[in-house]
Design a protein around this ligand. Structure first.
Ligand SMILES: Nc1nc2c(ncn2[C@@H]2O[C@H](COP(=O)(O)OP(=O)(O)O)[C@@H](O)[C@H]2O)c(=O)[nH]1
Ligand SMILES: [Mg+2]
Length: 283
């Protein structure tokens, strides 16, 4: 039997669950990943390209590779995420209200998503090359009420927005909404959805908010290690289809990450470097 995705028959096939590298933390750096065998390296650096092989040939894959940097470009982007001399990467400040947000000139990117979607873990993974950086992880869902600003030298600022959804009062949502609509130096919003579950009701509210803001945004599917490749690919194709049919401002290619295994993290760093204007070589 064949579905619109052409992968139904694969869903029941036994695929191995992603195996955790014995020292996953060392994979934070692309140099370390490059030492791995090509096959293993591919699954970490280009997780979607790696899964693509499971799709039948009649599936349109054009949007899968809109952002398709080389390993060299990824390595170049990684330099931004590594502190060196005057290039200091650190937590800068927090704000509990929008009018407390610091006035900054640098390009900015923000991360939004439901509580528990894996936002803090993703930010930690992105900054894993920064010794001692503190990314606060709230244990209670809905309790990260602040916007947390991280400065990446003079290159850009990354903002961790309060989680919304379960038990999150409306003023959280208002703060996020006000921020994405008003922040002048905001270059991209990264909207995280749980890759093992797919788009939820609360995510749809965030999508609507992003659409109305007019700021380009990107969907990042988290926790890819939790699903078998074929199941994850189904989610991926569905989300891609959703983006195509229901959105205007969303980048057509979702990113897929595992903060636990560092899959997709290097590619996402490169994308952040590019959208903040720090990789002029890549369009
Ligand atoms: N398996 C797996 N679990 C993850 C991943 N990212 C986050 N988690 C788990 O999901 C839960 C929520 O993560 P957290 O980063 O605190 O989510 P936040 O509320 O969005 O900041 C924690 O138990 C994490 O360990 C991932 O990539 N893989
Ligand atoms: Mg958090």
């Amino acid at each position: 039997m064949k579905t619109i995705f052409g992968i139904t028959s694969l869903l029941h096939t036994r695929f191995p669950v992603w195996r955790l590298h014995r020292n996953a933390a060392s994979l934070a750096s692309i140099q370390e990943v490059m030492k791995l065998q090509e096959k293993r390296r591919g699954s970490i650096v280009f997780p979607v390209k790696d899964m693509e092989k499971l799709l039948s040939s009649d599936v349109d894959k054009t949007n899968f590779r809109l952002f398709d940097p080389t390993l060299e470009e990824i390595a170049e982007a990684e330099r931004l995420f590594r502190p060196a001399g005057k290039h200091v990467i650190d937590y800068f400040t927090s704000a509990v209200r929008l009018d407390h947000a610091p006035e900054l000139q640098q390009p900015e990117v923000c991360f939004i998503g439901r509580s528990n979607v894996g936002k803090s873990s993703l930010i930690k993974a992105l900054f894993a090359l920064v010794p001692g950086i503190e990314v606060r992880i709230s244990k209670t869902p809905g309790h990260t009420k602040k916007m947390n600003f991280f400065k990446v030298g003079k290159a850009f600022t990354l903002v961790d927005m309060p989680g919304y959804g379960y038990k999150a009062p409306e003023d959280f949502m208002e703060m996020v909404e006000g921020y994405v609509q008003e922040r002048r130096n905001l270059k991209r919003t990264f909207l995280l959805v749980d890759g093992s579950i797919g788009i939820q009701k609360a995510d749809l509210i965030a999508v609507e908010m992003c659409e109305e803001s007019g700021i380009p945004y990107v969907i990042v599917m988290t926790k890819m290690d939790r699903s078998r490749p074929a199941v994850l690919l189904t989610q991926f194709v569905q989300i891609q289809d959703f983006i195509k049919s229901q959105t205007l401002g969303c980048f057509p290619q979702p990113f897929v990450v595992s903060s636990l295994h560092f899959s997709g993290i290097h590619l996402l760093r490169c994308f952040i470097a590019q959208v903040t204007g720090n990789l002029p070589g890549i369009r």
